[in-house]
Design a binder for this molecule. Structure first.
Ligand code: 13P
Ligand code: SF4
Length: 311
């Protein structure tokens, strides 16, 4: 017989104790993984948690670049991920060699990279940011210093508007956030005229223009708890809605459909992680994130800088 949800949770918690492991999960994981995790957060909070943990093993339920970041921050810990193929379309759109050529064209520029990139791209950057601190960090750079911002052009454009700074933008984007259909947003707003539209800054500016509130996954979650609105149209990966319903059980949350009316609005990479794979990786302590030492050391500097600037 298949195990019940509670049996799965108990088995995972026991394995964590046995292996001295902590489970960090992103909001885009499926409900069961979020319920099992010791800590759930956005990418900034998850990197902070990685830095703080005393566990010997970090099981990172998220995508590859997030687990890599945890490894860079904690080089002496074992960092494992349930499925090594859990990549990120945005990170893939910024290959390290092309990035090197790009930044070499503008040697006087300060290079800020969004955390959704490979360790090799981080290693070439001056500062890392996430969607929750990007505007604040960009505003701290003196006005006479020109900035390169990579790899997400949608986030970059939004940061430009918020900070009033023009930047050289790498032209990458997230396949999930680009897939939301304008028609679905309009339809939902007509059906629920009092609903607030809330969006992640990786959405296209066309969709961001409709939004009442824009922020990282954690900021969206805190917004629905502060806002007097009772209904929300959510323009980001629907995994976050699980936490929104836990925090605000009386409020209503509507997910926006993908371009062809399908629910292809969930991240195919995030969703590769399953509870079965969590159990397997805890038992075997694989697949493990192993990085080139030089890359790992170089990538630590801009991440440390971010963590110290965004306290
Ligand atoms: P957050 O930084 O808001 O967690 O976003 C991460 C991400 O991958 C969004 O697609
Ligand atoms: Fe990458 Fe987009 Fe998935 Fe976030 S939602 S992990 S940016 S592919």
């Amino acid at each position: 017989d298949p195990l019940t949800r509670d049996e799965v949770k108990n088995q995972i918690r026991l394995l964590c104790k046995e292996k001295n492991a902590v489970i960090l999960a992103h909001y885009y994981q499926d409900d069961l993984i979020q319920d099992i995790a010791h800590f759930i957060g956005d990418s900034l909070e998850l990197s902070r948690k990685a830095a703080e943990t005393e566990a010997e093993v970090i099981l990172f339920c998220g995508v590859h670049f997030m687990a890599e970041t945890a490894k860079i921050i904690c080089p002496d810990k074992k960092v494992i991920i349930p499925d090594m193929d859990a990549g990120c379309s945005l990170a893939d759109e910024c290959p390290e060699e092309d990035f090197k050529k790009f930044i070499n064209k503008y040697p006087d520029h300060y290079v800020i990279s969004y955390i959704n990139c490979s360790a090799a791209v981080k290693a070439q950057s001056d500062l890392i940011c996430t969607s929750s601190n990007a505007v604040d960090l960009v505003k701290r750079i003196p006005l006479n210093i020109p900035i390169i911002f990579a790899p997400d052009k949608n986030l970059g454009r939004w940061v430009e508007k918020q900070s009033g700074r023009k930047m050289k933008l790498w032209q990458g984007s997230c396949m999930v956030h680009e897939t939301f259909s304008e028609e679905s947003v309009i339809k939902l707003k007509l059906q629920h005229p009092k609903a607030e539209i809330i969006a992640h800054p990786e959405c296209t500016d066309q969709l961001l223009d409709y939004s009442d509130f824009i922020g990282s996954t954690s900021k969206l979650l805190s917004h629905v708890q502060i806002s007097p609105a009772e209904e929300f149209i959510v323009l980001t990966e629907p995994g976050i809605i699980h936490q929104m319903r836990i925090k605000e059980p009386k409020k209503k949350f509507f997910e926006v459909l993908g371009l062809d009316g399908c629910s292809c609005n969930s991240c195919p990479y995030m969703r590769l992680n399953t509870a079965e794979k969590v159990i397997k990786s805890l038992k075997e302590l694989t697949p493990e994130i192993i990085l080139d030492e030089e890359v790992q050391n170089k990538a630590l500097r801009p991440i440390k800088k971010m963590l110290s600037l965004s306290k």
